[in-house]
Design a protein around this ligand. Sequence first.
Ligand code: TYD
Ligand code: MG
Length: 461
Amino acid sequence: MARKKNNTFVCQNCGQSYPKWQGQCATCGEWNTLIEEFDEPARDGTIKFKTTAGIDHGICQSLDAIESERTARIPSGIDSFDDLIGGGIVPGGITLIGGEPGVGKSTFMMQLASRLAVNLKPIVYISGEESLTQIKLRANRLRVANEKDIFLISEQNLESSLSCVLSCLPKLLIVDSIQTVFTPHLESAPGSVAQVRESAAAITKFGKDRGLPVFIIGHVTKEGAIAGPKVLEHIVDSVLYFEGELTSQFRILRVFKNRFGSTGEVVVFQMTEKGLLPVLNPSDLFVNRNRENSPGVSIVSLLEGSRAILAELQTLVTQSFLSMPRRVVSGLDSNRLNLVLAVLEKHAGFKFYNKDVFANVAGGLRLGEPGGDLGLALALVASIRDLSIPRDLLPIGELTLSGEIRPVSGIERRVSEGKRFGFSRFLLPENSEFNDLSLKILKVKTIKEAIEVVFPATDNS
Ligand code: TYD
Ligand code: MG
């Protein structure tokens, strides 16, 4: 008798499923993202739950009776990466490395494998994307050490590759990428939500059962979600994302989720001919020490996790001949720009309604927190008035809707990064508690006052 398939239509953007096809996903609003997927029932039609150690009932224990265990961490050999993930690789820890195609995920994993193969061997690298010779070519380019301890499997069928992994008894497993492997139990195509979810669950179980650390590579769609989307983030222990413009050589690896450490931390890498190299002082790369004074440019001190990084913010305000003047942003949120423009109009008397405004963060960094507001506002004023912000002055502060400058977190770290870089004057919010008598600190209450301090003798008309 033919088995009845339990088919549903699953949105490839958000993972929501529907019994019938429809043009638009009612949950995320995307069009044409619903694809038919088949959820195969268990072979005999029943779902079996397994319990641990063959006991057919659960165990309830008081918290104090549970012995705490210090998880041994295995250093990767790349210090900045170890600091990022909280001290090293955790046995049985499942990590997802996400990023756009071409950002450098496979490159980084091969470099990591090369370093890790000293302590954790053998390592198995399953690739569903590239042939063995392609991977070898990359390894040669990266001058991978310990080649005899890294085993490659070029296979998309997860069942065959995992059974092959068993024969190698590896200490670390890498799967590149989750969108190209598939489990034969599902009829859906590789890369579909059902396949990605099922394959990730199978790999996670495989790793957890054996105390095997696993790195899963996942491609991120242009909307920023891993295809087979948020479900993956819940299954794994840690999620790291590679960010950065493919046209620039900088890459930022950010901790998005971490069961074994803190989140939000970043490491900046530079893509070179020998692969990704960690950058110890990223501010030196994002900001030019010998830059010329130029109107519309401001340096901002951004907090990335627990460290501050200086970024160059460029703005351009020009006369507009359009009925809807342009607001073009790169590396920052257009809503943030609109807010700062509105505050400048309302509380400092500037007019932007007939101006095109462009704002850009150089080097592929993102201005994702409010500490750069004051810098952005001053850069816009500088551009509209054709003036330069003094080179020795670093503005730090958030702008409120009422035109006040509000303190932001980590002022001390932001200031000390500025000091290291050579800034000697700091423009800070009036009610910030930070003070340092060895530095020249200018405190301002409102955006109007800030403009008067930075650009004395300017009229706003
Ligand atoms: P890759 O790791 O294949 O990206 P992903 O796995 O995320 O899709 O690397 C992508 C880019 O990196 C590719 O365009 C070439 C470049 N690259 C270098 O610049 N130097 C190198 O040493 C290597 C191996 C790659
Ligand atoms: Mg790749």
